[in-house]
Design a binder for this molecule. Structure first.
Ligand SMILES: [Zn+2]
Length: 310
């Protein structure tokens, strides 16, 4: 997990201003239904291309929770609500110790609340959202006081993630596994980091692929560090913010070769090169859009792929 920055963008598909939209109606319906014990659903505008594109600009093609690589068009790549929009099973959710919330439906279409994650992390996080002090929980009537909440799930957009997590090696089956731990006890984010590691299973409990991938990234980095000057660029690239498991590579470089840590502009350069490579795959789609095919079929395709519903 690594710290992220939200780009300032206007996304038509998330706009809930103006006339009553399907989004506004869904929020109102949830608030009404919640009171009546019903479970209304939300149209998934956060999965539209403009929103997904902005999320890629925010974090590259990397899961905001576990730092694994995401696939651009995969249904496994999902948009996550940091503060859950709802709770799927009211009785069960309420029974989870310290997590008795009723959802944050008014944040369902709020850009600041969205992250892009892998399917596994999405399942694990679910509607879980415990607070350090439950009596500070905000509801629809106090929605403008969100800053009073102290969540027990790290927020990669607002918390100092790199100050909260550390990399440690443990020996199991004669192999070294790079594991993730909460940094110093008694720091404000300690219990939050511990809860996040446990909930998202950042140490691979039932997620062997996650540990295998992290071990490979770390192993390659160690090898490259041993090779010295000729592999310095590869070492820096492994720690680029928009690369898989970069947080682990950064932890190692901080301790062993801090001069190889990439600068923010190196991070950005890496992101732009990755996006360029990815977009070239969709050149056909882009050309179709640019030509603005005037035939009824062309108009229909453009409408389906690129236009916003209101
Ligand atoms: Zn993940």
């Amino acid at each position: 997990m690594i710290g992220l920055r939200k780009p300032a963008v206007f996304l038509a598909n998330l706009d809930t201003n103006g006339a009553v939209t399907a989004k506004k109606a869904a929020i109102d319906s949830w608030l009404d239904g919640g009171r009546e014990g019903k479970t209304p659903s939300f149209p998934e505008y956060w999965n539209r291309d403009d929103v997904r594109g902005a999320l890629i600009a925010q974090q590259g093609l990397i899961c905001a929770w576990c730092s694994c690589a995401l696939k651009l068009k995969s249904s496994e790549t999902t948009v996550e609500h940091y503060r859950p929009k709802d709770y799927k099973k009211p009785d069960e959710a309420r029974a989870v110790q310290g997590d008795p919330h009723k959802g944050y439906p008014w944040l369902a279409y709020t850009w600041e609340n969205l992250l892009m994650v892998c399917g596994e992390c999405n399942q694990l996080k679910g509607s879980f959202f415990p607070l350090q002090e439950e009596d500070q929980r905000v509801d629809e009537n106090s929605r403008d006081q969100l800053s009073r909440e102290r969540p027990l799930i790290l927020d990669p957009l607002r918390d100092s993630v790199e100050g909260a997590l550390k990399l440690t090696f443990s020996k199991e089956d004669d192999e070294k596994y790079p594991r993730c731990y909460a940094k110093a006890a008694k720091t404000p984010l300690f219990s939050c980091a511990e809860e996040t590691i446990k909930r998202i299973r950042l140490n691979g409990d039932g997620r062997p692929d996650l540990i295998t991938q992290r071990t490979m990234v770390v192993g390659d980095l160690w090898k490259n560090l041993e090779e010295g000057k000729k592999k310095e660029e590869a070492c820096s690239q492994a720690a680029c913010r928009y690369k898989e498991h970069a947080w682990a590579a950064r932890e190692i470089l901080k301790g062993h070769a801090p001069h190889l840590l990439p600068e923010p502009e190196d991070d950005l350069g890496f992101l732009l090169r990755t996006l360029g490579d990815t977009l070239s795959v969709y050149e056909g789609d882009l050309n179709h859009y640019l030509k603005k095919d005037p035939s009824p079929e062309g108009k229909q395709k453009t409408r389906e792929n690129y236009c916003t519903e209101t």
